[in-house]
Design a protein. Structure first.
Length: 320
């Protein structure tokens, strides 16, 4: 039985600005991760649209939650791939940098389904203050950032912009790069009381703790807001209002884990926008993540999403 508890209130009509990357995922299935000087024959490879921001925006789109994908698109072969794919999906291109190549992500997938990323950063992580017009900000009440954009040359402007938007709820999902982001930038982001989203390994590594409960407590002390930690096939936990809540997940067959964390936080954002209690949003997010890892790639079909969410996002209860 999942415990019910309160959460940060977002408006059903509020828009989420989704900051971060849209890239080409080069998915390479390997028998094992290569070691130095080893020669490995891969099992297969293919290209697909990916990136943290795109994956989150895709979930918000499936849930019919207002949002804007704020992801610059560069030039070059990967930039053309991204631009064409977004146009095919009728997703507006936020900004186009014709003088900077778009990056990509090499996703090495082992037989277990676990993925290892080799990221080549490009235009997708560069942000300019002049892009954030009143038109972009109008109707917004929350911002998602993946954190990788805080490692780029434009990061001071981005952090300053976030500090100016005190009325917005920030969702921060930096992944394993949380240990490499500049401490002064992290401190400034934490001071904005973001809802933090990490996996168990990331949370414990960053805090230097062995027990998840200690990591949750320390992270909450840093942000003063909810902390959500995914625990793979087990489910997810959060620290909320002084208590740790665990929400189990159903077992599933793992094909690959690409985009599972993005789908999880995207579902939570969608659920909170539609007035769900955090406990229910976590339960549904676990189901969506399980659905994502059971298929190849990061994107669920509309049918798979509705099946995983049991049509919660289409019910009258959550669409006033």
């Amino acid at each position: 039985m999942v415990t019910s508890f309160q959460h940060t209130k977002l408006s059903p009509k509020g828009k989420t600005l989704v900051f971060g990357s849209t890239v080409v995922d080069v998915v390479i299935k390997v028998p094992s991760l290569p070691t130095t000087a080893q020669d490995v024959n891969i099992i297969s490879q293919h290209h697909q649209l990916g990136g943290c921001a795109y994956n989150v925006a895709h979930i918000l789109q499936l849930a019919h939650v207002p949002h804007q994908l704020c992801s610059p698109v560069g030039c070059g072969v990967y930039g053309e791939f991204v631009a064409h794919a977004l146009q095919e999906k009728n997703i507006p291109i936020f900004a186009r940098l014709q003088d900077t190549a778009n990056g990509c992500c090499y996703c090495l997938v082992e037989p277990s389904g676990e993925r290892t990323f080799l990221s080549h950063h490009g235009a997708e992580y560069l942000f300019r203050r002049e892009w954030f017009t009143q038109q972009v900000l109008e109707g917004a009440d929350s911002i998602y950032i993946c954190g990788l954009e805080l490692e780029e040359e434009t990061s001071p402007d981005l952090v300053a912009f976030l500090e100016e938007q005190g009325q917005f709820q920030i969702f921060f999902a930096p992944g394993p790069r949380i240990t490499t982001i500049r401490k002064d930038f992290l401190n400034r982001i934490f001071a904005l009381s973001p809802i933090l989203h990490l996996n168990e390994q990331e949370a414990c590594s960053f805090t230097g703790t062995e027990k998840l409960q200690d990591a949750l407590f320390q992270l909450h002390e840093r942000t003063g807001n909810d902390v959500i930690v995914t625990q793979g096939a087990e489910g997810s936990s959060c620290f909320h209002h002084g208590k740790i809540h665990f929400v189990p997940s159903n077992k599933t067959r793992v094909v690959d884990t690409i985009g599972a964390g993005d789908a999880h936080i995207g579902t939570i954002i969608a659920g909170l926008h539609l007035g769900m209690e955090l406990s229910q949003a976590l339960e549904i997010a676990n189901a969506v993540s399980a659905a994502v890892v059971s298929v190849a790639g990061a994107s669920l079909s509309k049918e798979a999403f509705h099946q995983a969410t049991k049509n919660y996002f289409h019910s009258n209860e959550f669409h006033p």
